[in-house]
Ligand binder design. Structure first.
Ligand SMILES: NC(=O)c1ccc[n+]([C@@H]2O[C@H](COP(=O)([O-])OP(=O)(O)OC[C@H]3O[C@@H](n4cnc5c(N)ncnc54)[C@H](OP(=O)(O)O)[C@@H]3O)[C@@H](O)[C@H]2O)c1
Length: 652
């Protein structure tokens, strides 16, 4: 076994960064909600075969990689700032065969790619079933489904299996169908299109889990094709201006599915929709057999592309100021990390805030029977007593709900009084941001009352973590719509030309995927692309910040914090997150609109850190494994797979 201490410095930096990101994702599961107990720790999608793990004693990194300048990674504020960029990713040699006695299910794009692909598959001896969303298209091996109801999609899958045989592959081409121009869509068209592209993919994946996992030895595949220019909108210029941001949900969903379904190949393929039909058909057909494990793959001008994370330089301050006469709209701003960044702005500029949340505004003062209590057990006891006075049959569930409400109310009160103490004026508006009409009316009212909205922070979001097969449609819709409808409504209702800044809060779960968060990741990826598109229509700074987990008030219990400390893991400290936010809104309008910000305070990126006992053999996401050697140093992790890791990391 080759100890890391004998590998090149470059290798150490790369692996350390890789492990940092893996740990962030793992921690985010803790911070944003744990899986239900029976779902913990199912095998990861990226787990390496046993023999490769055993043989992987040395890091298979070429030693001539450029050594990153860690000063650009770990910035003075204790944060890393990164952005996804498109890079060439030539296809590896290895191909996977799709079993000919199994069915490839294609959803129809209606513009000819599906027809061409089906012809090629039939010509190579494969069985095909096409699902058309046009009722009169059904005939022969073409089936009709609107792909909008769980029961219908279940029936459809059963019908195809019974007519044509076991299904081994899904190729979802609906997102390729004539893409609407973003500037032309209204909320109804936006919602319909997102449902057709991403929600239908969720329904199909849910219905196909058993057949696809059962076809693991037959080349099982889930692929979906979007038309965001060939690099998921991550290239600059006119192409990015015209992307349909709703398509981002497809890759967000699939990155999670890849982690949840280790035995199925999962691909999000992005193409340039203006390429000729035969070019698109050939690219997609060839991609179906390619055996690498990159989920995001694209094609630009015939070149195969991938995405990699690229460090952004330390932020440079540009002349920026909002004044005490400015108005900032913050959805989700009364609690959590959005409240933290509002406080940063309040302390610096004292603007007027309009905060939005679903909870009703609490009474100014807490009731005396709980106001002096702090521990959860004392509070629950007092609440049980209060509730029992009204109804002697109080259940623990009712007490827990009352406790959660009380904690939320305390947080809202704390935020409001801290903002006021800093010199700001604060309005709190209780509304559900999924209600786009109400959100639109609020925005109109703010313009009517103040004549301006200078800044927007869109932090409202919910998580309801469950693996795809356990997720209900209602839950998917809630998590997905909370971010995607509201972000769209903002894009339509705000006067972009006079905005000083707009920041959409998204998550590393969207950028990298995370088990149990397919809906949340899909929503975040839609918002990432939406921020990109809006930034090209706004003269000032608009961005989506993909936050790694914060060590924020109320989110991380003392027990959890201790666990992180023992693991040597750094959460984003509120002081660093607040500063990073402030620095981010000072960036130029032309800066990348999708930014990942992660905390690295106290972490050593340039040398292997000693491994605390709690970290030994800690299973990490993506199948990486840590081992502790005699000297307590990291000895090996997952052997890096050049096809997966080098394109992702070689720019470092
Ligand atoms: N905390 C982290 O470490 C972290 C990491 C990555 C990304 N993020 C992102 O940062 C944002 C804030 O996260 P957080 O952890 O601070 O969350 P949080 O503490 O749960 O706060 C969420 C806020 O959003 C509001 N909200 C939720 N659904 C809403 C709806 N439908 N309409 C109106 N308001 C709604 C909530 O208010 P009510 O409950 O009153 O509705 C609350 O004020 C989210 O977008 C999240 O994706 C956070």
């Amino acid at each position: 076994m080759e100890p890391v201490s004998r590998t090149a410095a470059a290798g150490r930096v790369l692996v350390d960064f890789q492990s940092v990101m893996e740990q962030f994702l793992e921690i985010e599961q803790h911070v944003l909600g744990l899986y239900s107990r029976h779902e913990t720790r199912v095998p990861s999608a990226r787990r390496e075969p046993r023999e490769r793990r055993a043989a992987g004693s040395s890091l298979s990194l070429p030693l001539n990689l450029p050594v990153p300048d860690t000063s650009t990674i770990a910035q003075p504020g204790g944060v890393m700032r990164l952005t996804p960029r498109a890079v060439m990713r030539p296809a590896p040699e290895t191909r996977v065969a799709l079993a000919r006695d199994h069915v490839v299910l294609l959803t129809d794009d209606g513009r000819g790619v599906c027809t061409g692909l089906a012809d090629r598959l039939r010509a190579t001896g494969h069985r095909v079933a096409i699902v058309s969303r046009e009722r009169d298209g059904a005939a022969g091996d073409t089936y009709y489904s609107a792909l909008d109801s769980e029961a219908d999609v279940d029936r459809l899958v059963q019908q195809i299996a019974s007519d044509r045989g076991p299904i081994a592959a899904l190729v979802h081409l609906v997102p390729l169908s004539a893409t609407p121009r973003f500037d032309d869509v209204d909320v109804a068209a936006w919602t319909d299109r997102l449902a057709a592209e991403t929600r239908s993919l969720f329904l199909l994946a849910k219905a196909l889990r058993a057949p696809l996992q059962g076809a693991a030895g037959s080349g099982a595949l889930v692929a979906a094709v979007t038309a965001m220019g060939g690099a998921f909108g991550c290239e600059h210029g006119a192409a990015a201006h015209d992307i349909f941001p709703g398509s981002g949900g497809v890759a967000g969903f699939l990155k999670c599915l890849a982690l949840e379904w280790p035995t199925v190949r999962v691909k999000a393929i992005d193409v340039d929709g203006s390429d000729a039909l035969d070019v698109l058909t050939r690219q997609i057909f060839e991609e179906l057999w390619i055996a690498d494990t990159s989920v995001e793959v694209g094609y630009i001008g015939g070149r195969r592309m991938g995405l990699e994370m690229s460090p952004l330089p330390a932020t440079t301050a540009h002349p920026f100021a909002i004044g005490s006469d400015s108005v900032v709209l913050a959805t989700g701003g009364a609690r959590g990390i959005t409240a933290e960044v509002c406080l940063e702005l309040a302390e610096r500029y004292q603007p007027t805030f309009v905060l939005v949340g679903r909870s009703p505004l609490p009474e100014p003062l807490e009731r005396p029977d709980t106001s002096s209590l702090t521990s959860s057990s004392d509070l629950k006891k007092a609440l049980a007593q209060r509730l029992r006075a009204g109804d002697p049959r109080v259940t623990p569930v009712t007490v827990e709900k009352a406790y959660q409400r009380l904690i939320r109310e305390r947080e809202v009160r704390r935020t409001m009084s801290a903002l006021v103490a800093a010199g700001s004026r604060v309005h709190y508006v209780a509304l559900d941001v999924q209600d786009w009409r109400a959100l639109g009316t609020l925005i109109d009212d703010i313009y009517a009352a103040y004549g301006r909205i200078d800044g927007v922070i869109h932090g409202a979001g919910v998580i309801e973590d469950k693996l795809v097969e356990h997720k209900t449609v209602e839950s998917f819709d809630r998590v997905f719509a909370t971010k995607t409808i509201s972000a769209f409504a903002l894009s339509r209702q705000l006067r972009l030309e006079s905005l000083r800044f707009a920041v959409f809060f998204t998550s590393v779960a969207g950028r990298f995927g995370n088990r149990g968060q397919a809906d949340y990741a899909a929503a975040n990826e839609v918002v990432n692309k939406l921020a990109r598109v809006i930034s090209l229509r706004c003269p000032n700074r608009v961005c989506a910040v993909n936050w790694a987990p914060w060590d924020a008030t109320g989110m991380v219990t003392p027990e959890l914090r201790r666990e992180f400390e023992q693991r040597g893991v750094s959460l984003l400290q509120p002081v660093d997150g607040r500063r990073a936010f402030w620095e981010e809104i000072q960036q130029q309008a032309s800066d990348p609109a999708e930014v990942v910000i992660a905390g690295v305070r106290g972490m050593t990126l340039s040398a292997p850190a000693p491994v605390p006992p709690a970290v030994q053999s800690l299973p990490l996401l993506n199948g990486a494994q840590r081992r502790s050697g005699a000297a307590g140093a990291v000895q090996y992790m997952r052997p890096l797979d050049p096809a997966v890791d080098l394109p992702r990391l070689s720019r470092w």
